[in-house]
Design a protein around this ligand. Structure first.
Ligand code: ADP
Length: 212
């Protein structure tokens, strides 16, 4: 369960990104934040893991009441995967390497200096298989289409085995048909894995990709 208590965001230039908002996101739910550009979807989504720090109010996550404390925030972020509009993948890395990045949060700093083990590789290959990209595992990401890159983004997110996925306009840069397929895939996989997911979207017509 994720709860916003009167969260308000005013950016340093004085623009109000989010008016005071109280909301509860239930566990297991798949939630779509639908609204016009500039409505504050991204601000709301990013405030859920303090990528944008609320000016006032608080975010409560499964009993972690004070997200502003560093340890609490670190724990919450480790359990939260993000999918961004521009993928945030490393273009010169292979698909597999990018998905393995999703595993990093499971290890301490010194362990991240060592090569990934077989279990991590198997899990990552399985995630690529689930998004239909197993055969591309060893290809560099910059050789893929936008839709394929976003599928790698989904694979990386699920490889993290998160308790929550936040997807910020994940298909805004894709053509409508590809966007529809990628959203459907995200919906299907997160439903199978019972991962609560919050997606921001400004295209009303695409929301039907989530219809059960
Ligand atoms: P949406 O995701 O619905 O398009 P945003 O949350 O990105 O909306 O933006 C909400 C408002 O906050 C807009 O007026 C936008 O211009 C403003 N805004 C967003 N990010 C910043 C920022 N980093 N600095 C200043 N203003 C911002």
């Amino acid at each position: 369960m994720l709860r916003l208590h009167d969260v308000e965001v005013t950016y340093s230039n004085g623009v109000v990104g989010l008016k005071p908002t109280s909301l509860t996101f239930e566990r297991r739910a798949f939630t779509v934040l639908l609204g016009l550009s500039g409505a504050g979807k991204s601000t709301l989504l990013r405030s859920l893991n303090h990528l944008v720090t609320p000016t006032s109010g608080s975010v409560e996550v499964d009993g972690i009441k004070r997200l502003e404390e560093t340890d609490n925030l670190r724990k919450h972020r480790r359990q939260t995967a993000m999918i961004f509009q521009q993928h945030q993948l490393i273009g010169r890395y292979t698909c597999l390497q990018n998905v393995l990045v999703g595993r990093l949060g499971h290890y301490s700093m010194w362990r991240t200096l060592l090569p990934f083990g077989e279990l991590d590789r198997r899990l990552s290959l399985d995630c690529l298989d689930r998004v239909g990209l197993l055969s591309r595992a060893l290809q560099r990401v910059y050789n893929l289409s936008g839709g394929q890159q976003q599928r790698v983004g989904i694979a990386r997110a699920i490889a993290q085995q998160p308790n929550l996925i936040l997807a910020d306009e994940p298909v805004a840069s894709l053509d409508p048909e590809t966007a529809y397929r990628v959203l459907g895939m995200l919906h299907e996989i997160t439903k199978q894995d019972e991962i609560p997911t919050i997606v921001s979207l400004h295209q009303v017509d695409l929301a039907k990709a989530f219809a059960d």
